[in-house]
Write a protein that binds this ligand. Sequence first.
Ligand SMILES: NC(=O)c1ccc[n+]([C@@H]2O[C@H](COP(=O)([O-])OP(=O)(O)OC[C@H]3O[C@@H](n4cnc5c(N)ncnc54)[C@H](O)[C@@H]3O)[C@@H](O)[C@H]2O)c1
Length: 378
Amino acid sequence: MQNKQFRVGLIGFGNMGRTHAWCIRNIPFFFDPVPFSVSLEALCTAHPDKTRSVCGRFGIPKAYDDVEALINDPDIDIIDICTPNILHYDALQAAVSAKKSIYCEKPLCVSVKEADEIVRLTQASPVQKTYGIVFHNRFFAACLKAKELIDQGRLGKILQFRVDYLHNSCLDPNRRAGWKQDQSICGGGVLFDLGSHALDLLTHLAGPVKEIFGRSQIAFKHRLGVDGTPWETNADEAFYMLLTLQNGATGTVTVSKISSGTNDDLSFYIGGEKGALRWSLVQMDILEFFEADASVPGFVQIPCFSRYPEPSGFFPSPKAPAGWLRAHLQSYYSFLTHVNLNEPADPSFEQGAYIQHLMEAAYRSAEINAPVTVGRAP
Ligand SMILES: NC(=O)c1ccc[n+]([C@@H]2O[C@H](COP(=O)([O-])OP(=O)(O)OC[C@H]3O[C@@H](n4cnc5c(N)ncnc54)[C@H](O)[C@@H]3O)[C@@H](O)[C@H]2O)c1
């Protein structure tokens, strides 16, 4: 039987559009056999000249000036959304009504109201397509291994956790604000940007949240804006959360862009009655595992490197260090596999909306200076 062919229409070609385009192009190198074929058919960015030059450079057949026209192109099967957060909702709405499968960057939207509405539209659609959100951190080989060990019960009852996602990008007060420092485009601050990843990884590994106590921080209130004029920061530069999960585990999530000496420092510790796990993105290839009843009295290192399940894991060698792009590649492949089987994505829009609920609860808690109970699970 002939493989299905998926043609992707990509919206946005900044950091993440480029990353997704790289994934689409590289899937055949890393997976064999690939039970479908995928190509990048069309691109739309905010700048028509740039769209055309990128299309020429990367051999993308169609350059669009208009997002809706790209979404409604009958030759396109999958809409891939890589635009600033505030633009996700309109594109999502249009793509659902055009009956396309969708791969959308995090956060799903800029509010719970929007996110819930998108989930409602997908569930009400007469044609069920595949709707995936990009929480790619789940797809580092070490995070896949951590999930496997937790699901096997190797940690026992989870008691405690710490998740940190630390950057230094807002430390220089002379650096101009980008759209991620502007709530009217980002929807929030670092909580929306890095926090959505940290909350997803935590809840994916350790379970849904019962209660959040949040505290927000802006250290550099005044800097220059995107256009070089004085700008008063309205988006959190650091956000601290004390959380209790529905299983009783308690711990903290800290996300920040004002952490001296850091780069892209995502890390976690998850501790249970029988064992514990530790991992850091800056040493992504090693998962540290402690088992209380093992003969070794401390953490052992599990080499994860490029050890991915078939039909991957042969190139580069399973022993080769993996890299940041590798998790995005695995995430994209996983999404396309669900599209190919015509089944729901994992992580899905429902999970994206769940993280939106957690972030809104965290902001509300910071505002009222009291813990907020989170009613719903994904
Ligand atoms: N998963 C991850 O690792 C990760 C990392 C960074 C950002 N993100 C998310 O990815 C998304 C994009 O972030 P980014 O860092 O790539 O942003 P970016 O600023 O680098 O790029 C944004 C792109 O969107 C395009 N764009 C802006 N307005 C548009 C419009 N009206 N119509 C069409 N195109 C338009 C711009 O031309 C640009 O190509 C955001 O939702 C962000 O939260 C995810």
